[in-house]
Design a protein around this ligand. Structure first.
Ligand code: PLP
Length: 428
């Protein structure tokens, strides 16, 4: 398949959606190319052409293990973060057949929320812990939710929408003291916060390579030594019998190289990227009226800014930004297309209209000050333009004549129609 002119949306992409996925680093492409072109043997084969590849897979495993201070034997390559999360919870339930209870939170990625709903349909009991209005988690509530039949607690390290961090070390210690397995979804962490599974004391930890400048379709699950583990994908003896399926060698090599790079970009993320995020956020909050930050200001990742723009719909903002080559998002990429407000922002108690007007800008190491300037130049005008025509805006000139509720409903159905037309056009 070739890339057509219509696929090429803009001359330059201003990419502010690094929590959805990241650009593949040139160093990563370089590392994986020989494994696409020359060394394409199967690492499980007995002959040297295949077996030679095996050594490189193990080299990549060492690099990924080093990223989280694990032993390479504790790293299982999977296809993605979703599979890693599902596998950890599945294993805990399988290995503890008498325990039917899982604890997670209301703000997890759909990889957990929807897996929890699937488990509920199969007779398991799942507690979804609430969060506070700034997105933080009350650990005492978690403590009170642990029951004798709790098999596993699964709590994300950083929220993908707000960047809010949860106290993983504290939760891991609590679970240990209560004899309950603990899994954390650390998909948003690498390159931003130093990861050390030993210091954290977790039993399971998930990563996904496409969040750290490697390709999509490769993830990993850390399983602490001596933790009983039941594979989720059952097949061949790959991954020492813990995950069937021929290894995706080029992706594994890419993950290894990206893991090395992530260790070296920690400083940049926490200084330059953080400063750009703060500049963007301060600009929006001070220069665009009726805007609010979503999520705790202190306990969060250095790269995302999640902002509510009152009286406008996020989908409309995103469509106009897209016209200018600017990529941002509302909610997580996996829920885009649904007109429901973000489940994360709703769990934080935002009024639905405010949640619907919230946009996430997530920065990364390839962003520049000039790109932030470009966004700051256009965003206020876009918001103003949308507010001028928004029936939700109390300052709308015709507002007295408006039946706000009817107008809102019409606005929503127009928007749904426009989106449906767009997606039909995109798939045509
Ligand atoms: N967990 C979190 C926090 C995420 O942000 C994502 C991806 O957006 C996932 C899990 C799922 O990862 P993957 O896309 O590799 O399945």
């Amino acid at each position: 398949m070739t890339i057509s002119a219509s696929d090429k949306v803009a001359e330059k992409v201003y990419y502010f959606d690094n929590n959805a996925t990241t650009r593949i680093a040139p160093e990563v492409v370089e590392a994986m190319l020989p494994f696409l072109q020359e060394f394409w043997g199967n690492p499980s084969s007995a002959y040297r052409f295949g077996a030679a590849v095996h050594g490189h897979v193990e080299g990549a495993r060492e690099k990924v293990a080093a990223l989280i201070n694990a032993d390479p034997k504790e790293v299982i390559f999977t296809s993605c973060g979703t599979e890693s999360n599902n596998s950890a919870i599945h294993s805990a339930l399988y290995m503890n057949p008498g325990k039917k209870h899982v604890i997670t939170t209301k703000v997890e990625h759909s990889a957990n929320i929807n897996f929890g709903e699937y488990l509920q349909k199969r007779g398991y009991d799942v507690t979804y812990l609430p969060v506070e209005s700034d997105g933080l988690l009350d650990v005492h509530l978690l403590e009170k939710s642990i029951r004798p039949d709790t098999a596993i607690v699964s709590v994300m390290y950083a929220n993908n929408e707000t960047g809010v961090l949860f106290p993983i070390e504290e939760i891991a210690a609590l679970c240990r003291s209560r004899g309950v397995l603990f899994h954390t979804d650390a998909v948003q962490m690498p390159g931003k916060v130093k990861l050390d599974v030993k210091a954290l004391g977790v039993d399971f930890l998930s990563l996904s390579a496409h969040k750290l400048h490697a390709p999509k379709g490769i993830g990993m699950l850390y399983v602490k030594r001596r933790t009983k583990y039941q594979p989720y994908v059952i097949g061949g003896h790959q991954e020492k019998g813990r995950r069937g399926g021929t290894e995706s060698v080029p992706n594994i090599i890419a993950f290894g190289r990206a893991a090395e790079l992530a260790l070296s970009t920690l400083h940049d993320e926490n200084t330059r990227v953080r400063a750009m995020r703060d500049r963007l956020e301060n600009f929006i909050l001070t220069q665009i009226p009726n805007t609010v930050r979503n999520g705790n200001r202190e306990h969060r990742l250095p790269n995302p800014a999640n902002i509510a723009f009152d009286f406008v719909e996020a989908e409309a903002i995103l469509l106009l930004l897209d016209q200018l080559g600017i990529c941002a998002s509302s909610g997580s990429a996996c829920t885009t297309g649904s007109l429901d407000p973000s489940h994360v922002l709703m769990a934080m108690g935002l009024p639905p209209m405010r949640a619907r007007g919230s946009v996430r800008f997530s920065l990364g190491i390839y962003n520049t000050e000039e790109e932030v300037d470009y966004l700051c130049l256009h965003l206020p005008k876009i918001i103003q333009k949308l507010r001028d025509i928004s029936p939700l805006n109390p300052e709308h000139p015709d507002n007295d004549q408006y039946d706000i509720e009817a107008a809102r409903e019409k606005h929503e159905s127009d928007l749904a129609e426009a989106l449906a037309e767009e997606s039909t056009a995109a798939t045509a």
